[in-house]
Write a protein that binds this ligand. Sequence first.
Ligand code: MG
Length: 391
Amino acid sequence: MGPSVAAVVVAAGRGLRAGGGLPKQYRDLAGEPVIRSSLALFSWHGQIGQVQAVIHGDDRGSYDAAAKGLRLLPPVLGGASRQASVRAGLEALNARPPDIVLVHDAARPFCSAELVSRAISACSETGAAIPALEVTDTIKRVDAMGHVAGTVDRAPLRAVQTPQAFNFAALLDAHRRAAKDGREDFTDDAALAEWAGIKVATFAGETGNMKLTTDEDFGKAEGRRMASLADLRLGNGYDVHAFGDGDHVWLGGLKIPHDRGLTGHSDADVALHAIVDAILGAIADGDIGKHFSPNDPRWRGASSDQFLKFAVERVTKRGGKIANLDLTIVCEEPRIGPHRDAMRKQIAEIAEMSIDRVAVKATTSEQLGFTGRREGIVAMATATVRLPWSW
Ligand code: MG
């Protein structure tokens, strides 16, 4: 078993420089707040046990919206400086101290899972390690007038990033000592560690792991985010359930009164089942029966929203997003029209999507075939999923 690892995601800054009227970590980036990328990355990473966000008190609402559905510790409030905020996160983690802690800036949404793994293994070897890039631009020293005063040798220079990884106990101790000494001016944890006498190693960072600061950064990042989710997948799903005794049917997560019920092992929500298969189909991840066997007593009478939540999670775990869902229900009865918008809303809520990305359509089969004879209901669904591009 590897070391226990926690992540502190620092998001307490005001960062209004980038415009948009919100602190930059909550600004929308291609349909998602910037901070959600880091929270999701750490919460799904197999080596990370706990994720502690540090936020500003004014941002609680934005944070809760951005963190929805992710496995995170309750956020703690940050301090007046970045350093004070990191310390607050470390103190909170000290309730269940990990072996290693990664400190990451929420304004770096493009950090990859590989970089996180690299940080953990570098820190396991050295006790303190930070991602660094060689400086490729020529660096000049300028005078007060902005005139070139000299050319700096760039060979020993490195541009450093986050996540920075440390032995947890050592970093917490260094933070406590710095606070006690009245030092609140360290701009990253490596500088503080250096001050505390901790030797800090470097490992290869990622050029893509950019920090968003200016409006121009956001412009570049928007394109990058879309390009990074360029692997577009399409899936379809089909399901049938027969009518039986009962006084309601479950359809699209709604309980609809009817003079008959639908028979099946779970709640027989034929619409949600078709959607689940469409999503699983889009990511080539089996089908609903593979993950939730009809022979498994656990799923007897089960509410189908958990199947949909599961399918959505399979997409999220791969760093993907569901772009839209399109559902068609075929039956003579009950009438779907009056429930259409409530059903869209319900599906959107379960799948954590906006309602304008969920369509519900209904038709009869003109009294032909088994649906026409009112023997059962058919549902068909299509899902498009955007996955990160990788070969
Ligand atoms: Mg079914």
